[in-house]
Design a protein around this ligand. Structure first.
Ligand code: CU
Length: 144
């Protein structure tokens, strides 16, 4: 009788042990996944036009942020051959909007606090859509 209880106890301890290990593994997996996940939530951001565009003959610097739940500025106009520098406003760029892409140009960049600058040379004249990699935030790059 006493042995039977002992056996059940050790069984129970074994089951609890396995359950704890399973929970630990699941939490560890979830942490790894969420670390790599840039998120899916849109944030409202600041006021439209707050992210100013700085322009000179050779360079165009754009501060890219978020306003009204979308990229701000929504339209970026540059000149053919101009060096373009997009600086991510990390206070505003949140979630998946940090994963920025201009598909037609094969450009993609994940802005982060340690690296929030994207530089490229404006291609030939045309209109090139940009978006977050999920297509939630959208805008247009116009090359004149
Ligand atoms: Cu997105």
């Amino acid at each position: 009788m006493a042995e039977e209880i002992k056996l059940k106890k050790s069984h129970l301890i074994g089951i609890i042990g396995v359950a704890l290990i399973a929970i630990f593994v699941l939490v560890a997996i979830r942490n790894v996944i969420s670390k790599n996940d840039v998120g899916t939530e849109l944030v409202k951001g600041g006021n439209v036009g707050e992210n100013q565009i700085v322009d000179n003959a050779d360079f165009k610097t754009i501060n890219l942020g978020i306003a009204n739940y979308n990229y701000d500025p929504e339209t970026i106009t540059v000149k053919e051959g101009q060096k373009v520098k997009i600086i991510g406003n990390m206070n505003q760029l949140q979630g998946c909007l940090r994963a920025f892409t201009i598909p037609k140009l094969g450009i993609s960049k994940v802005f982060n606090n340690g690296d929030n600058i994207l530089e490229f040379t404006a291609p030939k004249k045309g209109t090139y859509g940009f978006s977050c990699t999920m297509g939630m935030g959208r805008g247009t790059l116009i090359v004149e």
